[in-house]
Ligand binder design. Sequence first.
Ligand SMILES: Cc1ncc(C[n+]2csc(CCOP(=O)(O)OP(=O)(O)O)c2C)c(N)n1
Ligand SMILES: [Mg+2]
Length: 355
Amino acid sequence: MALAQNKKPASAPAPKSRVETGNGRPSGKEVRDTRPDLGLDAELRVYRDMLMIRRFEEKAGQLYGMGLIGGFCHLYIGQEAVVVGMQLALKPGDQVITGYRDHGHMLACGMDPKGVMAELTGRRSGYSKGKGGSMHMFSVEKNFYGGHGIVGAQVSLGTGLAFANRYRRNGNVCLTYFGDGAANQGQAYESFNMAELWKLPVVYIIENNRYAMGTAVTRASAQANLSKRGLSFNIPGEQVDGMDVRAVNAAGEQAVKWCRDGNGPIILEMMTYRYRGHSMSDPAKYRSREEVEKIRTERDPIEQVRVRLLATNRANEDELKRTDAEVRRIVNEAAEFATHEPEPDPAELWTDVVR
Ligand SMILES: Cc1ncc(C[n+]2csc(CCOP(=O)(O)OP(=O)(O)O)c2C)c(N)n1
Ligand SMILES: [Mg+2]
């Protein structure tokens, strides 16, 4: 059926397990299963990078519990493979923008854990001088454009970044991340229209973690296959196993190439899961403990890589323990820093504010 067809990047070889539509386009009916080996160096790197996000978020959760972090705080635990796999597909100059669940994106972009943690604790050495908090951090140097608290706002802003890339002919691509809930926001569709019309280099990455606050995707979305949300704009899309960093990276490489080759936008729906509540104050009554536990034990993105590294003798237990210890050291140092730095001077209250 014509409406069920998504376009496919011309350069993409069709994996055998994918449902084809007869014209060489994937139908979006099946979760992608292209999982090429990342190679030794990249596999060790993604293991470390995912672990860094996990440990950082666990520490942030602890500091929040101790009252050292205030305001909103949305943890990324469980979703690490998405941002780490996508980041591997980028080259310097490419941009990243996301919503409020942003700590993992910042670390993946190479932002300093000390600066991120210090922002969480509201200290003057934080990325926004302690005045922004969890949802409002930027680093132009690392091409990270926030950190946005308004659901869906980053979709139009990311489209604008892609417009700038096209206007300047700089060959850069913008990764625009948003959630399954944000995918129902009107401005996403205005952005899709302009992005396809002007062939803007933007990868729309929908992080489908199954819930928007306490609302399951199926309760809120008439079309729950979010990879199809670009169909009426002729934007190709596909679902990707967002718990497997290899699948994420394979899809990311193709999508980024598609954009860089001047073909316009593309949608990747990452099938992922968050282990913690929506934010720190979520009673999580909308799902069972068993549901969370099942995914944790069967599909954890970090454990998958750990098991593979050991099974292929690419690393032994001691080496992985050393990596874990090194990551914990960096995170502990970040927490130490973030709890001992001074708070912003009250005189700074009215600086950096648009009036
Ligand atoms: C315009 C707007 N509407 C509502 C909210 C309140 N809100 C904050 S997060 C959220 C749910 C978004 O869920 P999703 O897009 O799936 O992202 P996730 O939290 O799962 O990463 C809502 C409704 C908001 N911040 N902005
Ligand atoms: Mg969600």
